[in-house]
Ligand binder design. Sequence first.
Ligand code: MG
Length: 160
Amino acid sequence: MTQIRIGSGIDVHAFGEGIPMFLCGVQVESPIGFIAHSDGDVAIHALCDALLGALALGDIGHLFPDTDPAFKGIDSRKLLAEVMRRVRAEGYELVNADLTICLQTPKVAPYILRFRQSLAEVCGVDVNQISVKATTTEHLGFVGRKEGCLVHATVLVEKA
Ligand code: MG
C-alpha cells in the first residue's frame, strides 16, 4: 500500500429525551442525547469510520455490530481505541483528523478544546493533530429541525 492514505466518515444519530449526550468522548450538558445501541457518540463514530476507510478496513457497523449485546451502552472511546489499534497493526499512524459537527442545539463551541483533547488522548496523538469544528445548518434539514446530529470526519494516515 502507499505511504499516505485519506479516509472520510459520516455518522448521524437522532435526539432522544433524557439521554446523556456524549460527543468526542466528552459529556455535554444537554436535556437531550442520542438514541443509540452504544453511548451514541456520533463524533467518535464518524472518526472511526474515517480511520477504517483510510485503510479499507470496513466500517464501524461491521466491526462492532449493534446486534451484539457486548456493545450495548459501550463508551465509544473504547471503539476508537480498538480502531486505532487496528490502524497501527497495519503499520500506519494518524497524521491528522478534521471533524465537523453539524448540530443546531445545544451550542458546543465552549467544548471544542475539550473535544480535541479527548480525541487526541484516545488516539495517542498531539492535540494539534485533531481539529473539531461545529456548525448549525441555519435551521435547514433534519439537523436544523433539531431532530439529530450529523458529524463528518476526514483523516490522513501515514505509513509509520
Ligand atoms: Mg453511530
